[in-house]
Design a protein around this ligand. Structure first.
Ligand code: HAS
Length: 572
């Protein structure tokens, strides 16, 4: 289906999608605030005691879990609940869609309680031996199970569509969302094993110790594809909507399908690139995962060229001449195509995010940047770049169309992504430069690195933490502007019938898709590749772990003088 068609939505489908968008955006207010506290604390502007009553690790957990796990998972489900039926021209089956939504909500409330009560300060990676309250793990498991139910609910719909449309190409938007949830389903199986077999029994006291390297390996089996679970809905928007918003067509439908298939293939067997410094993983496994990490960058490089060609095609239709004119003839500040601003700002940020990812992927360079502040610099250019901006833009679009309301404060809405772009570039520059000078990714000292009492007092980092703080403040201002636009729209009076409406693009090259029409060979190849990449790694971890570890709960150490601190502070 092409074009901006308005399709009526049933009241309970409307309520579901709006709930799944509005609840996480409300939580995002907390997540963003916790982020601001981080930059102020690092720069020494506030002290640990001024952390809104939260401890350092508690606020960092809130920041990571809300922004990177809760908001993204709810968004992906809400977006799929809206887009998949729309692209297939069918109605969403409501019963299981609501079961999914309620399960996710229940899980989120449990995990949120555990974090806010200070009983789950374990960060979004929840690495043992950091131990959380059982409700944190159970809540996380429910969030995941709820998202699976949403996906399983779309499958019968799609199968019916196939029976009714024999030989037709599956809409690219559906391919994108199915790729998202296939990657998610395979990846979450490993974290389900980690949580159900290792962490829940341990946190309930049924087992006393936990195998840390095994838990970490299972986490990264999930953790890397998690980042593509974030990226894929954004790519779905880029391939299926951005070209139309830019006044053109997608350059090649086939490349879009190939990118999605390659991401199914390569997203998972790369987890060891997060564990290059893990002693029990052999260098052979690390080498294999490093090669596969370079392979997973290929679909993104293809995406860069295809989207650039699509933007160029649109601009040339509007009279762009010469080599570079097309770059400037884009509707950057158009209030009619306001969604474009969220997507293009995200893409520009991702150029730097991609380059820094390729730096991380190389073993020798990784040893320089691993566990330094370079890494948050990298991931704010990815998950807080193309992903966050695409999700924020689409959340506004869904609230406006599903609630039947006109977008309010359009000029401010268009300014948000560019303000965010400036903020995130400044922030990431500070973090990455600091990282190259040895600034740690995080630490639990109860004081800033600029505090002369700190055992890690480093005055030469002052420039970098200060620049990062300025970037963080600009990002916060962008988000305040976003919340104003979002809630002004959501709380305004309804002006028209609620409807599903997406600006889907046509493709310039729309030839038959051949082998890309059939998902099965790609799935089989993905499973084989995972087996090849992970069998030796499981063996390494099982053979190389001699002792399990007891649990540990981090707390802010009281600010004491340097020598006492060095003796007493446990290093997480
Ligand atoms: Fe990463 C660590 C490698 C992509 C997120 N990554 C992280 C962590 C996160 C994260 C959260 O190899 C930290 C995890 C933790 O808590 O420890 N990453 C990569 C590589 C890629 C990559 C090779 N990462 C992402 C994406 C993320 C993400 C996407 C979130 C969504 N990453 C690593 C490694 C580590 C890591 C190591 C471990 C580091 C360590 O030691 O701890 C690649 O997929 C990147 C490929 C991307 C490109 C860019 C394509 C550019 C495009 C824009 C085109 C622009 C256009 C606009 C068309 C090649 C598509 C034109 C403009 C006009 C105006 C016309």
């Amino acid at each position: 289906m092409n074009g901006t068609l308005r399709l009526p939505v049933e009241p309970w489908a409307r309520r579901l999608v709006l709930t799944e968008i509005i609840v996480p955006v409300v939580l995002l207010v907390l997540g963003i605030y916790a982020g601001l506290l981080q930059v102020l604390f690092r720069a020494g502007v506030i002290q640990a005691a001024e952390f809104a009553g939260w401890e350092y690790y508690q606020a960092l957990t809130l920041h990571g879990v809300v922004n990177a796990v809760v908001f993204t998972t709810f968004f992906a489900v809400a977006f799929g609940n809206a887009l998949v039926p729309y692209a297939l021209g069918m109605k969403l089956p409501l019963r299981w869609a609501w079961v999914s939504g309620v399960t996710m909500l229940a899980g989120t409330l449990m995990a949120a309680w555990a974090i806010l009560a200070g009983k789950a300060s374990v960060l979004y990676t929840f690495y043992p031996p950091l131990m959380a309250h059982p409700l944190f793990y159970i809540g996380a498991a429910l969030l995941i199970v709820g998202s699976w139910i949403a996906f399983f609910n779309w499958i019968p719909l799609y199968l019916r569509w196939r029976r009714e449309h024999p030989g037709e190409k599956t809409p690219l938007a559906v391919v994108g969302m199915f790729a998202t949830f296939i990657v998610w389903l395979i990846a979450t199986l490993a974290v389900a094993i980690e949580v159900v077999v290792l962490l829940i029994p341990w946190s309930l006291g049924w087992t006393q110790e936990v195998n840390v390297p095994l838990a970490r390996m299972l986490f990264w089996f999930f953790g890397h594809p998690l980042v593509y679970f974030w990226l894929l809905p954004a790519y779905t928007m880029y391939y299926t909507m951005l070209p139309r918003l830019a006044g053109g067509k997608l350059y090649s439908d086939k490349v879009g399908r190939l990118a999605f298939m390659l991401l199914i293939l390569f997203s998972i067997p790369v987890g060891a690139h997060h564990q290059y410094t893990e002693p029990v993983v052999s260098s052979g496994s690390k080498l294999l995962h490093a090669f596969l990490t370079f392979a997973v960058a290929l679909p993104s490089l293809m995406t860069a060229f295809t989207l650039a060609a699509s933007l160029e095609y649109g601009a040339r239709q509007r009279g762009a001449r010469g080599l570079f004119d097309w770059m400037f003839k884009q509707p950057f500040f158009s209030t009619d195509a306001w969604l474009f601003s969220y997507m293009i700002a995200g893409l520009v940020i991702f150029i730097m995010g991609g380059i820094s990812g390729i730096v991380n992927a190389s073993y020798s360079m990784n040893l320089v940047v691993h566990n330094t502040s370079w890494i948050p610099g990298h991931f704010h250019l990815t998950v807080a770049g193309p992903v966050l901006l695409a999700f924020l833009g689409m959340s506004l679009h869904l609230v406006s169309t599903y609630a039947g309301k006109e977008l309010r404060l359009k000029r401010l809405a268009v300014a948000v992504p560019y303000l965010w772009l400036v903020g995130v570039f400044v922030f990431s520059w500070g973090m990455m430069r600091g990282g190259l000078h040895g600034e740690p990714r995080r630490s639990n000292l109860g004081m800033s690195y600029l505090n002369p009492d700190s055992p890690f007092y480093h005055p030469e980092w002052k420039l970098y933490v200060t620049v990062a703080m300025i970037g963080g403040i600009v990002m916060t201002l962008a988000m305040i502007a976003y919340f104003v636009v979002f809630f002004a729209t959501a709380l305004s009076r309804r002006q028209r019938e609620a409807a599903a409406e997406f600006p889907l693009s046509e493709a310039y090259h729309d030839e038959p898709a051949g082998a890309l029409m059939n998902l099965r060979p790609w799935l089989i190849a993905a499973v084989v590749l995972i087996a090849i990449a992970y069998t030796p790694m499981v063996r390494d971890v099982v053979r190389g772990t001699f002792n399990n570890a007891p649990g540990y709960e981090p707390h802010n150490p009281a600010p004491v003088n340097q020598s006492e601190q060095l003796e007493e502070s446990p290093s997480p």
